[in-house]
Write a protein that binds this ligand. Structure first.
Ligand code: OSB
Ligand code: MG
Length: 369
């Protein structure tokens, strides 16, 4: 199919609850929505960057710039038979993985709609439902955190992830475990510790955590391997895995025992699937991370998480956990058994609601050959 037009939209969506991590506090999501048009159809993708370069180096403005000036022009007007063609066209651009994901994702949806196949099917997904968890930011107080965990547990979430940082860690976890002794629980440090803090992290072994996500620096693998030798709790890597090559290195070094796969962080669904396949070959469990996506990015995450190796609950929560009004219909919802249905309709399987998208759009532009 020929890609006739690419449209970029910078959107602004207030979060129903602020999201605070070791790197900052987000009260609204600002991302770039990408539409790819061809054969009279439109495919949707999301470059789910954060507002500033705190999680990784990209921002809304760098995604806009790189999509408008480089990635869009490389793809528009070209013939594309599958998503790997789009990956090859974008390969001259180094890095800018979240921007690449936005456009690659739009191409997956477009091809799926044209072929009458869901993105899950096209990827090789096997799960009709995915396992979902919830990621809770740093709260104003421990009672506030306990109340939130209680509420999400009641809604059926099958595991809870708590963000930690020095000063909001061991004491908080002791109280969480005191109140919820059997809760499937994990923590995410977003790089807030150093190897010199190993004793503090070792102290977390007593809480029976499923894993500690990304305790050390975003570009480190060697110290994570050293730390893993000292911890009973498995380390899960997030920021340290921007590519298939880094996943290979991490597994070779023993930098962790679990990998969080985020399609944006690794530069798209093709790369995400390759990391999944590598981990599956080596018996390493993976799960799908999130970036507080709108329903568009969420749909791609759900499709990815339907691959067989995604054996752990992902940071894939219901639309209502993030936004009062998602841009897709139907919104993503959690089932009573703590799972989420994988849409079966062509492409991402949900409809983008034009009036919702329009209301969230701050500015937009069109790229043509
Ligand atoms: O580290 O996993 C992370 C959100 C934004 C940036 C980084 C992270 C997160 C989350 C939220 O933990 C996951 C979600 O619910 O989308
Ligand atoms: Mg993380």
């Amino acid at each position: 199919m020929r890609i006739d037009q690419i449209e970029l939209r910078q959107v602004h969506m207030p979060l129903v609850h602020p999201f605070e991590t070791s790197f900052g506090r987000e009260v609204a999501r600002q991302t770039v929505i990408v539409a790819a048009r061809g054969a009279g159809l439109t495919g949707w993708g999301e470059a789910a960057t954060m507002a500033g370069p705190w999680y990784e180096y990209e921002t809304v403005e760098t995604c806009w710039h790189v999509l408008r000036d480089f990635l869009g022009p490389l793809v528009v007007g070209r013939q594309i038979a599958n998503a790997s063609d789009a990956v090859r066209l974008m390969a001259p651009v180094r890095g800018h993985n979240i921007a690449k994901m936005g456009l690659e994702a739009a191409v997956w949806d477009l091809l799926g709609r044209a072929e009458g196949r869901s993105v899950s099917q096209m990827l090789g997904g096997t799960r009709p439902q995915v396992l979902v968890g919830v990621s809770l930011g740093v709260q104003d107080s421990v009672p506030a955190l306990l109340d939130r965990i209680d509420a999400f547990r009641d809604q059926g979430y099958s595991r809870v992830k708590v963000k930690i940082r020095p000063g909001w860690d061991v004491d908080v976890l002791r109280q969480v475990r005191g109140r919820f002794p059997d809760l499937p629980l994990m923590v995410d440090a977003n790089c807030a510790y150093q190897l010199a803090d190993a004793q503090r992290l070792e102290a977390m072994d007593e809480f029976d955590l499923m894993m500690i996500e990304q305790p050390l620096a975003y570009d480190d693998l060697v110290e994570h391997a050293e730390l893993q030798l000292r911890l009973r709790t498995p380390i899960c890597l997030d920021e340290s895995i921007p590519s298939l090559a880094s996943a290979r290195a991490a597994l070779a070094l023993g930098s962790g025992r679990i990998i969080n796969i985020k399609p944006g962080r690794v530069g798209g669904l093709v790369a995400a699937r390759a990391i999944h396949d590598l981990c599956q070959d080596q018996g390493v469990p993976v799960w799908c991370g999130g970036m507080l996506e709108t329903g568009i990015g969420r749909a791609h995450n759900v499709a990815l998480a339907s691959l067989p190796g995604f054996s752990l609950p992902g940071d894939i929560s219901a639309s209502a956990r993030y936004f009062a009004h998602d841009v897709v219909a139907p919104p993503f919802e959690i089932r009573a058994d703590g799972t989420m249905d994988v849409p079966e309709n062509p492409g991402i399987g949900v409809s983008v609601m034009p009036e919702r998208l329009e209301a969230a759009t701050q500015h937009w532009l069109v790229i043509e050959p």
